[in-house]
Design a protein around this ligand. Sequence first.
Ligand code: G3H
Length: 542
Amino acid sequence: MKGLNVEIDTIFPKSDSVPKKFKLAHVYEQKEYLIGGEIRIWNGAVQQVLSPVCIFDGKSAKRKVIGSYPLLTAKEALEAIEAARKAYDNGYGKWPTMSVEQRIKCVEDFIFRMAQKRDEIVNLLMWEIGKSLPDSEKEFDRTIDYVKDTIEALKELDRNSSRLVVEKGILAQIRRAPLGVVLCMGPYNYPLNETFTTLIPALIMGNTTIFKPAKMGVLLHLPLLEAFRDAFPPGVVNTVYGDGKSVVGPLMESGKVDSLAFIGSSRVANILKHQHPRLHRMKSVLGLDAKNAAIILPDSDLDLAVNEALLGSLSYNGQRCTALKILFVHRSVADKFNEKFCAKIEAMKIGMPWTDGVQITPLPEDGKASYLTDLIKDAEANGARVLNPSGGIFNETFFFPAVLYPVNEKMRVYSEEQFGPLVPVVPFDNIEEPLKYITDSNYGQQASIFGNDAEQISDLIDPLVNQLSRININSQCQRGPDTFPFTGRKDSAENTLSVSDALKVFSIRALVAAKLTDSNKTLINNILKNNKSNFLSTDFIL
Ligand code: G3H
């Protein structure tokens, strides 16, 4: 059997050893962008796209060039927002005035078209962001399910508001109306899923949209451009690509973005929000940084804690906002935990995204291995060491997970969100220590508690739910199931996402009300019976 060292040294394939099924059909030189229902061709500057997967040419391994995408400018960005505004037309547009049922039909048409592109998108997910085949498939399927669940949730919402209410002599119909133009910006780690968990609810509620993918995970949206064009009226979905400063800055500064849906860092979210000239007019839906902690109590089932900590900290190489990014382990069980945890890590399967059973794959961010190495050096200088023999060995974009122990507050990795395969372990004697960490942290997303004493766990749940948004008992942190609320406090989020919550955050309650006089009754009956309004309507969607 090859040693891990050798395996890492020779991890990258030669071009001819990439399985035929996963070879890219062509280099994706994307020129297209969608504005106002028209797929336009860009002839200006482009951004080259390098895969995290390197190809070994016999001498060295280099990141494979898989294509390029347009570096649009402020001009195209402003054209996109004008197209979105025209389609919204101050709420007079075809899309915002359409019945809910008709909008659902358009979204159903879109997912039908999207489903045809599964293989191509899954393959692009692997090549663009290095996600394993099963995880890429899961991301695609979870997204389709999310859209289907959104449709069902909207039907339910619509059914509940399809009746009139009478209160204190006033008759009313209360529904939800769109906000206007929504700018959707997704992250690189879930480029399809997390983008669609804002884009689809925003659309289905009657908003018009501009969608800008993150720096990485762009090309995988290309196969969907025609579907966006054909399933929705012109201007309802517009796409922009390029450097954030050049395209997003002008969009925000125009003051014409009514809602910002952004999944990324709190630093960038702050910049974007402040660029809007009338901030109070813009509703923000933000999924931001997190540094979720696990607390492993002395009476916990250590095998279970090890398995969950492994999944929590290293699924998709630790590149999840919900990942466990610091482990607090009671000193009395720390040695045992570390031993079991490191053994599991050393046994993790490494390879390319398509390798059977692969658990650790190359990283897409430029310079990530050297950033993680710096974090290790800093921790070592402050008294920690890498516990697992292969921890921190890297080759180009591949970095083997490292467990750092004992971590303390002097180290960068104690508070920085590493977003990668580095696991800091902090021993503690008193439960106040991890609690203080959570209280003092700038982040407030989730935590995991491992233990079996009902009293002790309850004592932790009660203060922690007031600081975080989800406490996981004997389980890793995670977003799903998607019907559960997903949010955070402090620098971790603004507003709540879930299948049903997302419909609410991209809409506002609006009502039609009238004093219950005979003439008003006649008038409203006339509107209802003759189906004259899409809003004031008692139609029931089946
Ligand atoms: O990156 C953040 C994702 O929303 C996490 O989702 O917990 O289902 O992996 P997940």
